[in-house]
Design a protein around this ligand. Structure first.
Ligand code: S3P
Length: 450
């Protein structure tokens, strides 16, 4: 599928975005381990999350889906059954890594398979610590890559310091820790998204923070079944927020979006770049804050993104690179080498596509240096099979002279079904709605140091 994009008229919209991907995966898994039925509202019915749903079904969990965004997960008190077939994780790294943790402590063996893109991504980051916990986990691919065979061992808790800042690794070990003897502690290099911890607490699974930067889970606990409403995904909102921020007098209001502060670093960056950003938390009932974000566009200026900020906006770096190309001066992204092992090598993909559209960009080992503002020109750009690259360059197309064609854009369905329809709203002036400012301003923050 191709996505054809033309320059946007003035943006003045009020929208919502689909459910949070990270929270959707975790909610399904924890609900499945709980002691009863849990209704999950606001679930993200994207391809990635459906791989997690189907995996849990293959492990004997009944999951109803009365409507696309509602799931009723019938938890079976941590009892899972051996899958009849291999479990297909598709392109979803979160599914594969979290399941590796979940399955490591089961009495049966499972085989996790991946599509060609996921099969290239590193799995040693979960294989090494799970092996240390006593897991039988074997990578069948070259250099410790998928398919993975896992299970049939009894686990012991460990204290582990991952060498990468990764919420997936943390989540994998915490899930394995639920099925391990004793306690399992993950000490993070830098703070990453804390949805697993929050979700555990919400489902009354005991965790502890013994020292800042570490989280501990105690084995042998059964999550208490509860209903949960998943907020909108700030990483999906990011595409539209940047579009409005980069357009002089652009205005956008997004409601019911997740505002967990391990995920909102993008807002601080847009402020630093000169946009007006307002945020209001409306609801923290279920531990995951959610609320309104409002952005007004101004001519943007370049900024530096590095250090502690990076894990808190890791998925937003493709779209922030596009913002950098539209901004005045230099935007530098550093200490973001993890981008090289996402759905594609995002550093190379961003550099390639920005250059194709007339941007000035230098590739660094661990980031990018972008000089702007570039008069972007419409071009054919590749998705590299990566949903966030496809969406970021669709947004770049809103600012380009002439038509932009994003090739192989079907990968967008992995995280954002409905993106194309929303893109229509941004390019079709007749459907523009006028929204009113409703909330107080944030103040700009300085770039964070390593
Ligand atoms: C995710 C964590 C991030 C992110 C991915 C989802 C998660 O990966 O890029 O899209 O749900 O835990 P890493 O934690 O490996 O950086």
């Amino acid at each position: 599928m191709e996505l054809r994009v033309k320059r946007a008229p003035r943006i003045d919209l009020e929208i919502t975005v689909p459910g949070d991907k990270s929270i959707s995966h975790r909610a399904v898994i924890i609900a499945a381990l709980s002691n009863g039925a849990c209704t999950l509202q606001g679930f993200l019915p994207s391809e990635d999350c459906m791989h997690t749903v189907n995996a849990m079904r293959a492990l004997g969990i009944k999951i109803e889906q009365p409507e696309p965004t509602t799931l009723i997960v019938h938890g079976k008190k941590r009892v899972l059954s051996a899958p009849k077939n291999e479990i297909n994780c598709g392109n979803s790294g979160t599914t594969m890594r979290l399941l590796a943790g979940l399955l490591a402590g089961q009495t049966f063996e499972s085989r996790l398979v991946a599509d060609a893109g996921l099969a290239r991504r590193p799995m040693d980051r979960v294989i090494a610590p799970l092996s240390e916990m006593g897991a039988n986990i074997v990578a069948e691919g070259p250099d410790q890559t998928a398919p993975l065979r896992v299970g049939g061992a009894s686990l012991r808790g460990i204290h582990y310091r991952p060498s990468v800042a990764s919420a997936q690794v943390k989540g994998t070990l915490l899930l394995a820790g639920l099925f391990a003897r004793g306690k399992t502690t993950v000490e993070e290099l830098l703070p990453t998204r804390n949805h697993m911890e929050k979700m555990f607490n919400y489902f009354l699974v005991r965790t502890a923070t013994e020292e800042a930067g570490s989280v501990t889970v105690f084995g042998d606990q059964v999550p208490e079944s509860r209903d949960f409403a998943i907020p909108g995904d700030i990483s999906s909102a990011a595409f539209w927020l940047v579009a409005a921020a980069a357009q002089r007098r652009g205005h956008l209001l997004i409601r019911h979006v997740g505002l967990n502060d391990t995920r909102t670093a993008l807002l601080g960056v847009l402020l630093r770049m000169g946009a007006q950003v307002r945020e209001a938390v409306e609801d923290v009932d279920q531990l995951e804050p959610r609320g309104i974000v409002e952005v007004t566009g101004f001519p943007l200026k370049g900024t530096v993104i590095q250090g502690r900020e990076v894990p808190r906006l890791i998925d937003e770096l493709p779209i922030l690179s596009v913002a950098g190309a539209l901004a005045n001066g230099r935007t530098v992204i550093r200490q973001a080498g993890e981008l090289r092992v996402k759905e594609t090598d995002r550093i190379a993909a961003i550099a390639h596509n920005l250059r194709t559209m007339g941007g000035q960009v230098g590739e660094l080992n661990d980031g990018l240096e972008i000089s702007g503002p570039a008069p972007l020109r419409g071009a054919q750009v590749a998705s590299f099979g990566d949903h966030r690259i496809a969406m970021a360059f669709a947004i770049a197309g809103l600012f380009a002279e002439g038509e932009t064609v994003v090739q192989d854009a079907e990968c967008i369905r992995e995280s954002y079904p409905g993106f194309e329809t929303m893109l229509e709203e941004f390019t079709n002036p007749k459907r523009m709605q006028v929204s009113t400012p409703v909330i107080g301003s944030l103040t700009p923050t300085a770039p964070e140091q390593g």
